[in-house]
Ligand binder design. Sequence first.
Ligand SMILES: C[S@@+](CC[C@H](N)C(=O)[O-])C[C@H]1O[C@@H](n2cnc3c(N)ncnc32)[C@H](O)[C@@H]1O
Length: 224
Amino acid sequence: MQIDVFTLFPEWFAWLQEPRHLVNTNLGIRPFSYRDFTQLSGRQVDDSPYGGGPGMVLRVDVVAAAFEGVYGMPAAEVRTHRPVIVMTPRGRPLTDAVVRELAQYDEMTLLCGRYEGFDERVHTVLANDAICLGPYVLAGGEIPAMAIIDAVGRRLPGALGNQASLDQESFSPGLGGGTEYPHYTRPAEFAGHTVPSVLLSGDHAAIARWREDHLGAGFVEDPL
Ligand SMILES: C[S@@+](CC[C@H](N)C(=O)[O-])C[C@H]1O[C@@H](n2cnc3c(N)ncnc32)[C@H](O)[C@@H]1O
């Protein structure tokens, strides 16, 4: 899989490209800076919003120039070849189902915003998807893009020692969308707090029942 990221901070993605992060996968990450493609003076990439108001808006012509420079085709055609996903609070939530869906593609493009976000025509002319990390506003799209890369990357063949564990982890259909049971390891007693005795019993059927009984409810928006 190849993931291209467009951002003002391509160097932030260096750690994700280190082989230690996702071992043995075929994941390739290419970070690109909008500034390397802008034709505007002073490497400008944004402008003030029509109609007034605070902040700056990332320009559609700058994003288009970046697409044409990287993909060598008209910018509006890129989305006919690969998912082009805008990071935005207006996007669809990044759920386990969305991660599974994205993991099936061979390549995708992630667009990170800053400031007030993108000119609307980035959404309507250049992109074909939009994703929101959660119901809060971050300073930029880089952390949502990294979350997608991490969550998708660990689903690729070779990323995990035991690929089957993907089917039995939190939010997976295998756990009915719930969260995993609690884990314990040595020591069996810590400051008077002991491990549930069933986990030390060697009775695999009883352990399976205990784990089933201790699955979490899933993502709880407001536990209080
Ligand atoms: C400060 S935010 C812009 C917020 C925008 N003015 C609004 O009120 O919705 C700048 C950029 O951060 C990214 N961003 C912020 N919060 C996000 C979230 N929850 N999910 C995905 N991207 C987000 C987007 O790329 C966005 O263009």
